[in-house]
Design a protein around this ligand. Structure first.
Ligand SMILES: *Cc1c(COP(=O)(O)O)cnc(C)c1O
Length: 375
């Protein structure tokens, strides 16, 4: 059986370094914020080519607090991709604002910048592009729409640690960039963790307040804040893993190239844009009989996952917003057809080759025609 992803390998590769980092924190006697968190924030900001990094509890909080920090509040509208992980929408709703979905470019899975302007109203406050599956969204046209209309841009970069857009790392293009270090991410903690990067000192200052009870000086509370601080044990572990991120992302690229070369005539593949560098958080193919393909691959010993099986506008959580399935046909279609193949820095070449062979033979057995046309 080839699992979709096996997380223990990263720990085994770095066991002594990680164990040392954890025991350093345990012995330090400092268990909230402090030097470990500040050190990781400095390293991650430098890695992302951003001025500041603020460590928070998880990726959803990173988005929520970043939206609050740029001024999103009740009654505002925020542009979100129709095809994304639910956290993007939840964070907007948590601010009391309304998520306004915009359909993706179905070749790249990312928000289609051409469709944003028609979704704006006089209540629109911000745009949240998501760098889905590891490939940066097309930021330049998004940033120029935002500038033209006085909107803030908060990037959801949970799946894009190390990715770059037009030669510059993701982390400081928009007003704020939110990160998740949930264990499966390209840079993953051993538990929950997240961060926001920004080049704006005022947004950074607000985030430091918001994550810590709205307080800059202990027991003096300037606003209704939250408790969402990056844990120092996770910060120490992330500091170790950050040193290996580029090598791990390079390994993902090798595996993605194997899939791209070998499955070209067999199944619909992800499209890469020349001026972005994806970090292949996921390798997502499409097939008209996706559920059957997934079932047959499982029988053949290949673990796959669907990212994501229910479009955000179809989730019960948003049932009171009056969306119909047909409002967002591209998101709907993607939810019905996407399938993520095994991908991760510790997937062996032999296992990747075995996945390729089994996908080829399964698709052939299913009798579908060759490379299907675009969604
Ligand atoms: C993982 C993820 C999040 C949320 O991160 P958590 O740390 O699980 O809260 C947000 N957005 C996207 C696109 C994600 O993939």
């Amino acid at each position: 059986m080839i699992p979709f992803l096996e997380l223990g390998s990263a720990y085994r590769e770095l066991k002594s370094e990680i164990d040392d980092a954890v025991s350093r924190v345990l012995s330090s006697g400092s268990y909230i914020l402090g030097k470990e968190v500040a050190d990781f924030e400095e390293q991650f900001a430098a890695y992302c080519e951003a001025e500041a990094c603020i460590g928070v509890g998880n990726g959803l909080d990173a988005l929520h607090l970043a939206l609050l920090a740029v001024g999103v509040g009740p009654g505002d509208e925020v542009i979100v991709p129709s095809h994304t992980f639910i956290a993007t929408w939840l964070a907007v709703a948590q601010c009391g604002a309304k998520p306004v979905p915009v359909e993706p470019d179905s070749r790249t899975f990312n928000i289609d910048p051409e469709r944003i302007e028609q979704a704006l109203t006089d209540r629109t406050r911000a745009i949240v592009p998501v760098h889905l599956y590891g490939q940066p969204a097309d930021l330049d046209p998004i940033l120029s729409v935002a500038r033209k209309h006085g909107l803030k841009v908060v990037e959801d970069a949970a799946q894009a640690q190390g990715a770059s857009y037009k030669g510059r790392r993701i982390g400081g293009h928009g007003d704020a960039v939110s990160w998740s270090f949930y264990p499966v991410k390209n840079l993953g903690a051993i538990g929950d963790a997240g961060a926001v990067t920004t080049n704006d000192p005022e947004i950074a200052r607000r985030l430091r307040l918001l994550r810590n009870y709205g307080s800059e000086v202990r027991y003096y509370n300037d606003e209704i804040g939250y408790n969402s601080r990056l844990d120092p044990i996770q910060a120490a572990i992330l500091g170790v893993k950050l040193r290996h991120l580029d090598a791990w992302n390079a390994r993902r690229q090798v595996l993605a190239d194997m899939y791209l070369d070998s499955l070209r005539d067999c199944i619909e593949l992800p499209t890469t844009i020349p001026f972005t560098r994806s970090v292949w958080h996921l390798f997502v193919v499409r097939h008209p009989k996706r559920d059957e393909l997934q079932r047959r691959l499982a029988e053949a010993g290949v673990g796959t996952i669907i990212h994501y099986p229910v479009a955000c506008h179809q989730q019960k959580a948003f049932a009171d917003r009056g969306f119909r399935a047909s409002d967002l046909p591209i998101a709907q279609k993607l939810a019905e057809t996407v399938l993520s193949l095994p991908m991760g820095p510790h997937l062996s070449t032999a296992d990747c080759a075995a996945v390729i062979e089994r996908v080829k033979s399964t698709v052939a057995q299913m009798g579908e025609p060759g490379a299907p046309s675009g969604a």
